[in-house]
Design a protein around this ligand. Structure first.
Ligand code: ACM
Ligand code: ZN
Length: 477
């Protein structure tokens, strides 16, 4: 325990280890520190040192003494997280920060948020705002769900009709700038192109890549739609590979998410091309054809330097062992496998659900629950925002805050230090200060709900997922 407070210096002096000075991300950190100093005039001596004894790249030490502030880290990421903590301390203690010495590192390496920009287009400025918030709370991955039945949001040079005439698409230049913006804030953007299901928007632009030839119209609202990519046509596979090349070249992350969820296989069962492909490959059924397709695109993605993520609907041991499975549906029969896993159980991470179905406490508890699991190779978790019904900033904010922040804390903080009541108190006092103004925060009385309402809502939700899964031919427990 240190005594005293870190008080206002008249001038800021930053001593930066030369190891860090060449990094691009240091611009952002420097800018931030300068801003803070101008506003607070309090950072007198900030020393940033490289130390190799920290346990990982994200870890940092932060020491605040009456006339000095010291950051130690192994990498720029660690420095970045230390600066975020410092920022929070400045906001929480506007007059003088109690002196302290702390060592901090994340409990889980994959701390992600998924934004569905396919159902509702999200302008770039809004995504930047979300990135700023993720960065403040030390999240490090943004899954950008760029395509679905209801929309295709990225301009393709080879296939210009994709997403044409829709309510919004991103240019390649916008994406490049967004990726760089996120990188400076230590956030990796992973593109998510859902296939072979959830593909109506692509098929409406290029119906020849379907089993029936279309025509198709882009649906509204939620649902599982029957028309999926035809995997019996050579042209469809060429299409997918060329799209992957374009997407891979835009996003430097070594990962790509290819969806693989909720795929009704009826069209393949009736399609002469798909049946012929199944026959030529000597496969017993459409599920095996799906596995072949997923393994095929996975190895193509690997040739482009990308590791594939898939939702857990169908993946089993026969799927490429390098696929990272994203477990979203707790009712699915997940065969224990050696695949790396990220978790996004919809009862804990689907922030598009309202608070009666997903109360704040359930979100906060999730990180601890995950940290206790030791029986598979867990990377971390994704908090999800599907946007069929969430169309503007106000709605988005109300769904995200404070639940996303609770989720972020539960993934970063070691389970022994999880304290729900501390989170509620801290967020109530400082949450709005840490978020960009104006922000919409769900009123405190709605954060949790009475048990009966919650249990009833869950029961109804389970029934709906069961019905959807049956429709998609997925085996549940
Ligand atoms: C999903 O919610 N279909 C991943
Ligand atoms: Zn077909």
């Amino acid at each position: 325990m240190l005594s005293g407070t870190f008080t206002k210096p008249s001038q800021m002096i930053v001593a930066l280890d030369p190891f860090f000075s060449s990094s691009n991300a240091m611009h952002y950190i420097r800018e931030y520190v300068d801003e803070t100093a101008a506003e607070n005039e309090r950072l007198q001596n900030l020393t940033i040192q490289k130390k190799n004894d920290l346990q990982n790249e994200d870890a940092y030490r932060l020491e605040l003494l009456p006339r000095e502030c010291k950051i130690e880290a192994k990498s720029v990421k660690g420095v970045f997280y230390a600066v975020q903590t410092l920022r929070q301390l400045f906001l929480a203690y506007p007059h003088a920060i109690p002196c302290c010495r702390l060592e901090d590192s994340p409990a889980l390496p994959w701390r992600a948020f998924m934004l569905d920009v396919a159902r509702s287009f999200c302008p770039i400025a809004e995504i930047r705002r979300i990135i700023d918030i993720l960065a403040t709370f030390k999240m490090n991955v943004l899954h950008l769900h760029l395509s679905d039945d209801q929309g295709w949001r990225i301009i393709s040079d080879r296939y210009p009709n994709l997403g044409e005439g829709a309510s919004g698409r991103y240019t390649k230049q916008e994406i490049k700038e967004l990726v760089a913006y996120a990188q400076d804030r230590q956030i990796m953007i992973i593109p998510e192109i859902d296939m072979p299901g959830h593909f109506t928007a692509a098929l409406s632009a290029y119906p020849a890549f379907s089993c029936t030839g279309g025509p198709f119209t882009i649906p509204n609202g939620e649902g599982i739609f029957q028309d999926i990519l035809c995997v019996g046509k050579k042209e469809s596979l060429v299409f997918v590979k060329q799209i992957l090349e374009e997407i891979a070249s835009l996003f430097p992350a070594p990962y790509i998410h290819l969806g693989g969820d909720e795929i009704p296989l009826n069209r393949w069962a009736e399609c002469p091309n798909c049946q012929n492909q199944k026959y030529l490959l000597g496969l017993p059924d459409e599920k095996a054809l799906l596995r072949w397709f997923c393994n095929e695109v996975t190895s193509y993605a690997r040739s482009l330097g990308k590791q594939v993520l898939l939702y857990n609907d169908y993946v089993n041991q026969a799927y490429d062992e390098k696929i990272i499975i994203q477990v979203w549906n707790p009712l699915l029969k997940v065969t224990r496998s050696t695949h790396p896993v990220i978790m996004s159980d919809y009862f804990h991470t689907y922030l598009d659900m309202d608070h009666t179905l997903l109360p704040l406490l359930e979100v906060y508890r999730y990180g601890k629950r995950l940290q206790k699991k030791k029986d598979f190779s867990l990377l971390g978790s994704v908090f999800m925002l599907w946007t069929e019904y969430i169309v503007d900033r106000e709605q988005r904010d109300l769904h995200l805050f404070p639940r996303l922040i609770a989720g972020a804390e539960s993934l970063w903080t070691a389970q022994e230090q999880h304290k729900y009541h501390r989170f509620v108190k801290t967020f109530s006092e400082y949450g709005a200060m840490f978020l960009p103004s104006p922000v919409h925060i769900t009123p405190r009385k709605l954060w949790n709900t009475c048990f009966i309402v919650f249990a009833l809502q869950r029961y109804k939700r389970r029934k709906r997922v069961k019905r959807n899964s049956k429709q998609a031919g997925i085996t549940l427990f």
